[in-house]
Design a protein around this ligand. Structure first.
Ligand code: FMN
Length: 161
């Protein structure tokens, strides 16, 4: 796939096949994540691979639709407020790099924000110095939803003098 095709065809997947994900492929996509633009090279991301026992304890909304792999992606706080803010931005880029790398190879992701809920943070053992940028279900899609329309970008562009 070409990059634009990958970007435009990607969907948040809610229905996965049970087929397992090759660990080397998973690591390759995570490594692609690390090529995210990264101010001061803080590399603030950390990845938790959530096992069955932990997954079963998570809030039920975090059921992840039978995805064979569930990850939590954390962003470490920086030394200053602005560094923490920039770390969050770069970790979101990490997640999207990962999502697109997986998608290009036919694997879908479900990005959920449930990880930052206090109860789930505790279950995941996340300390105060981290934000949970996403809990990500990963697997071969059983079903690919229709695209959700976006507004034309022209509506969002302002030209300054
Ligand atoms: C930071 C973030 C948090 C999200 N959290 C959730 C969530 O908790 N539950 C959910 O169903 N989708 C969640 N999503 C996915 C969005 O709902 C989804 O990307 C959006 O509906 C557009 O669909 P698409 O990605 O298939 O184009 C999240 C996406 C982002 C970027």
């Amino acid at each position: 796939m070409k990059i634009l095709e990958t970007i435009h065809s990607r969907r948040n997947i809610k229905n996965f096949k049970s087929d397992s994900i090759d660990k080397e492929l998973l690591n390759k996509w995570l490594q692609a994540g690390t090529m995210a633009p990264n101010h001061k090279m803080t590399e603030p991301w950390e990845v938790l691979v959530i096992g069955e026992e932990t997954r079963a304890k998570l809030n039920h909304k975090a059921d992840f639709f039978d995805a064979p792999v569930v990850l939590a992606v954390l962003s470490k706080h920086g030394a200053t407020e602005i560094e923490t803010y920039e770390n969050l931005i770069t970790t979101a880029c990490f997640v999207q790099n990962f999502n697109l790398a997986a998608w290009e190879e036919g694997v879908g992701t479900f990005w959920s924000s449930v990880g930052n809920a206090q109860k789930n943070r505790e279950i995941l053992g996340v300390s105060e110095e981290y934000d949970v940028v996403g809990v990500i279900g990963v697997g071969y899609p059983e079903e690919i939803n229709a695209p959700k329309d976006r507004k034309p970008i022209q509506e969002k562009i302002k030209y300054l003098p």
